[in-house]
Design a protein around this ligand. Structure first.
Ligand SMILES: CC(C)(COP(=O)(O)OP(=O)(O)OC[C@H]1O[C@@H](n2cnc3c(N)ncnc32)[C@H](O)[C@@H]1OP(=O)(O)O)[C@@H](O)C(=O)NCCC(=O)NCCS
Length: 159
């Protein structure tokens, strides 16, 4: 059965395919200081433990994606990024909710993530979607100026 979830602005969410690696690398590069090469995305996409979801239009043009890693009864949000042109339209929200919905059918009961404490849009999104801070990691994110930002560790039960 094809998995499909609705998203705003006429988009929908579906599982990513191996042929999406290029698009994911491009979006990731746009969203983060430290990029991941296409090959790395290709190997994640080939693995069952790292389900990945894309938000796209009917022609499968990708506006955003989310990738999680499953381990036992926990999942980690590895990365989420929305194309700059598509931000603040709740596409990130729809991507997160699609991961929650998909995990309802699995043994996973809790999701974790790490986020730069200065990333206001992401912290707002996660807090709105039920994540709460459970810890911090200092010096976690390398920045262009050589300094490092503190990460918040956030978690949410899936019920
Ligand atoms: C984080 C990200 C995925 C959110 O995607 P999105 O589709 O814009 O998300 P949403 O529209 O569902 O929600 C974003 C919220 O942040 C708000 N927001 C946007 N820019 C903001 C800013 N500079 N400061 C504070 N809030 C901001 C939006 O208004 C929205 O909240 P609201 O709908 O309650 O008003 C996107 O900004 C992105 O790709 N960023 C770069 C990559 C990244 O930082 N990923 C997360 C790393 S852990």
């Amino acid at each position: 059965m094809m998995k499909l979830w609705m998203a705003p602005a006429g988009l929908h969410i579906e599982p990513a395919r191996s042929s999406d690696a290029e698009d994911l690398a491009r979006l990731h590069q746009q969203g983060f200081y430290r990029g991941w090469p296409r090959e790395e995305f290709a190997s994640f996409l080939a693995e069952d433990a790292t389900p990945t979801y894309i938000a796209c239009d009917a022609k499968r043009r990708v506006a955003g994606f989310a990738m999680i890693r499953i381990g036992g009864d926990e999942a980690e949000l590895l990365t989420i990024a929305v194309d700059t042109k598509w931000r603040s339209k709740r596409i990130g929200t729809a991507l997160l909710r699609a991961t929650f919905a998909d995990l309802m059918m699995s043994p996973v009961r809790r999701m974790f993530l790490e986020v730069d404490e200065l990333n206001a849009a992401a912290v707002k999104l996660y807090t709105r979607e039920g994540f709460a801070q459970v810890g911090t990691r200092k010096g976690y994110y390398p920045k262009a100026d050589g300094s490092a930002a503190t990460a918040l560790v956030m978690a949410r039960d899936l019920d």
